[in-house]
Design a protein around this ligand. Structure first.
Ligand code: ZN
Length: 362
């Protein structure tokens, strides 16, 4: 939801979650069977399905992939940009000459294969992310469905990553899961039925797979692809912890439920001949933020400031136009005082960005 080290901007966010279905050529697989009941905390395991809505994973190959991707992105950036966003490449100080060579050649492979490609929008990268998310053995990569040269690249880099960075990354990921999983399980039964209600769609029958990786380079914080729903979230990001982290997990999950709302927004924009940019994403942020705020208040934590307010999303790009309209036109819908159609119609009437301007989203 933004580049590393800086709060995400609305324009960046707009590029992060466009309502496009990612119909990648996925290997068929089955997700773990949804468990209807929650287990007591004592029975939880960081990588086991323990809840109806979310299933957290801390997967070696996913982490290797996202670390290599980040190092490749860093290698493509000029020093000024890296300094500006606080992107510091991993230190190779402790690497032997052989390890350094193996790691560098893997990053070169990533540059050749993926430079300029987007984690969220590139079909091949989405497919790779989904396939790596199914890897079961941290010691041995299952190559099914993966390009041969990509498999070779990961296998070359794996011992280096395992020896030098994985222990710290794994620890941070497990801490993230230990922190967030109980919170999500507590609040999901309150929050998700409300998201379903206001966005008019049902959560998938299986839990949403959440891969916790130390880095989510290029995107920064988290992203979610669909069919099947799959969230990748960075444990190293401060804003992914605490209550904003809780909201982020619900926000990411809500990305699998936005088709109806986004279609309605686009349809209304077209009908009113208005250019609305990524209004649908602001609606999603606003809706989830309000629901999380109310759920927290209900459980004894009043006064929560939703993510988009707290991190200034409404102050950037087209979003300063969205905020008052959301408060005026969308809030009554969340309060049960107007219908979905009426709220969308009023919202579009009040938020249109300048005529003839291309949408903020790619
Ligand atoms: Zn989003």
């Amino acid at each position: 939801m933004g580049l590393e080290g800086v709060p995400p901007s609305a324009s960046l966010l707009s590029t992060i979650r466009l309502k496009m279905k990612v119909m990648a050529d996925l290997r068929a697989f089955l997700l773990a069977i949804a468990l209807a009941a929650f287990f007591p905390l004592s029975e939880m395991d960081a990588s086991s399905p323990t809840a109806k809505y979310y299933e957290f994973h801390d997967n070696f190959w996913m982490n290797l992939h996202h670390t290599l991707f980040r190092e490749m992105v860093a290698g493509q950036m000029d020093e000024q940009t890296k300094t500006k966003i606080g992107l510091v490449p991993v230190s190779d100080a402790g690497l032997s000459p052989e390890e350094k060579q193996a790691w560098t050649s893997a990053i070169h492979h990533y540059a050749d294969a993926f430079a300029g490609h987007r984690l969220l929008f590139d079909d091949q990268l989405v497919t790779i992310n989904n396939l790596l998310g199914q890897e079961k053995d941290p010691q041995k990569l299952n190559p099914d469905g993966l390009p041969d040269d990509f498999v070779k690249c990961l296998e070359t880099a794996a011992p280096v990553y395992r020896n030098h960075w994985w222990p710290d990354h794994q620890k941070a990921n497990e801490q993230f899961i230990a922190e967030m999983q109980p919170r999500v399980e507590e609040f999901a039964p309150l929050v998700i039925p409300q998201i379903e209600r206001f966005l008019g769609m049902k959560w998938a029958s299986q839990p949403l797979q959440v891969d916790v990786t130390y880095y989510v380079a290029e995107v920064g914080s988290a992203y979610t692809t669909e069919d099947p729903g799959h969230t990748t979230i960075a444990s190293s990001r401060d804003d992914n912890h605490g209550l904003p982290g809780l909201e982020t997990l619900f926000h990411e999950g809500a990305h699998t439920l936005t088709d109806k709302m986004a279609s309605a927004v686009w349809g209304e924009c077209k009908r009113q001949k208005k250019e609305c940019g990524d209004l649908w994403h602001a609606v999603q942020f606003y809706t989830v933020g309000v629901i999380v705020k109310e759920a927290l208040a209900e459980r004894g934590t009043p006064g929560y400031v939703p993510y988009a307010y707290r991190f200034g999303l409404y102050e950037r790009g087209d979003w300063p136009k969205f905020r008052p309209a959301l408060e005026r036109d969308w809030q009554p819908y969340l309060d049960g005082k107007s219908s979905f159609d009426e709220a969308i119609s009023n919202l579009v009437r009040d938020v249109a960005v300048a005529d003839g301007r291309p949408p903020a989203s790619p």
